[in-house]
Design a protein around this ligand. Structure first.
Ligand code: ASP
Length: 352
């Protein structure tokens, strides 16, 4: 049952917080290492939760974890929790470690099709018990973002999976953790932020996806037979084959250079061809944080389309690997899989 945090006044909104762990709720153990603690740790340190004019309930996804330990099974459980509580709440906040938050937010964006409510991931760089913590501000603002409505008409303001951190509201599948020492841990890649929390909450309405016409559809499969092959000068055939010749591999993100460029050495092309012939879906994503893959712009990428490698446009690696898991999990015919991988499913790519 949810832990219940009653608002003092009659609440206007009901928000479900799903607690997974992360620094926000961590404390130091005897060896001086940060370890996740129960949500109770946060609740005690945040009396201001009672001042919000909303009902805030809390559910634990499981025992609290450092997000380095998040699994595909956790993502499916998270999606199922949202599905099971969808009708009861106006919005959702997922309290999550920052290390893998961008992967989790991207995965959830694919699993929650036709999302008509706000799902905000947030966390902190400094635990809630520390005097300079960012947990309190991030959580309070994430709750307000999750409850936000259009001033005229009252429709849900951000029907998306997003990340709120420091001051930015970012589409979940465009988020990237870029900082481990400062408070501004996340950046929005190749897409403007959806909102900003200054003195007032601001929303970039033109960038936010519209409310869906169809009801929520929560997917229940992700295929984890995928990998990420990151190129670097000096990469050898033995290493590439070790990664691409795994028996049941179904998909790989190829992290290429610049606008999607890769070596033209025959051994490398043969490795890719062999993988493609075995039915492995290869998605070309750039190592650059900004810009896009344009296969054919250079001679060093022109051959890739001929091998059946799909251009990932301006997708992040986090969104690419979770999109591969999602699309492969749909178990469609190869042409449909390829079409879905190149389509903009949840705002994760900008097609030109
Ligand atoms: N290692 C932590 C985690 O991802 C970092 C954080 O929460 O900021 O769980």
């Amino acid at each position: 049952m949810p832990l219940f945090t009653p608002a003092d006044t009659s609440p206007e909104k009901a928000i479900l917080v799903i607690y997974t762990g992360g620094t926000a709720g961590m404390a130091y153990n005897k060896s001086g290492e940060l370890v996740p603690m129960k949500f109770e740790q946060i609740r005690k340190k945040m009396p201001e939760l009672r001042q919000l004019n909303m009902q805030v309930d809390v559910l634990n996804l499981g025992p609290p974890i450092d997000s380095s330990n998040i699994t595909v099974a956790d993502w499916l459980a998270l999606a199922a929790l949202i599905r099971d509580n969808y009708a009861r709440y106006d919005g959702f906040v997922v309290l999550h470690g920052t290390d893998t938050m961008a992967y989790s937010a991207a995965a959830l964006s694919f699993l929650l099709e036709n999302l008509g409510k706000t799902v905000v991931f947030t966390g902190a760089q400094v635990p809630v018990g520390r005097i300079r913590t960012d947990a309190r501000r991030n959580l309070v603002t994430a709750l307000e973002m999750a409850a936000a409505c259009h001033p005229a008409g009252g429709a849900v303001r951000v029907p998306e999976v997003c990340v709120f951190f420091n001051e930015l509201l970012i589409r979940g599948n465009r988020a990237k953790k870029v900082e481990s020492q400062q408070y501004d841990a996340f950046r929005s890649e190749n897409y403007p932020p959806l909102g900003r929390a200054g003195i007032e909450l601001e929303f970039n309405d033109r960038q936010i996806r519209p409310l869906p016409a169809a009801p929520l559809c929560v997917h229940t499969h992700l295929d984890d037979r995928v990998t990420i092959l990151r190129l670097f000068p000096g990469l050898t055939e033995r290493m590439v084959r070790a990664q691409l010749e795994v028996d049941d591999l179904r998909g790989a993100v190829l992290e290429t250079y610049g606008s999607g460029n890769a070596p033209t050495a025959p051994w490398f092309l043969n490795c890719l061809r062999d993988a493609a012939d075995r039915g492995v879906c290869l998605l070309n994503v750039s190592q650059c944080e900004e810009g896009r893959v344009l296969q054919g712009r250079y001679e060093t990428s022109a051959h890739l389309s001929g091998l059946g490698i799909l251009g990932g446009d301006d997708i992040t690696v986090e969104a690419a690997i979770t999109k591969l898991m999602f699309v492969l999990g749909l178990n469609q015919a190869p042409e449909v899989t390829r079409r879905l991988l190149t389509q903009d499913l949840r705002g994760e790519i900008t097609l030109i």
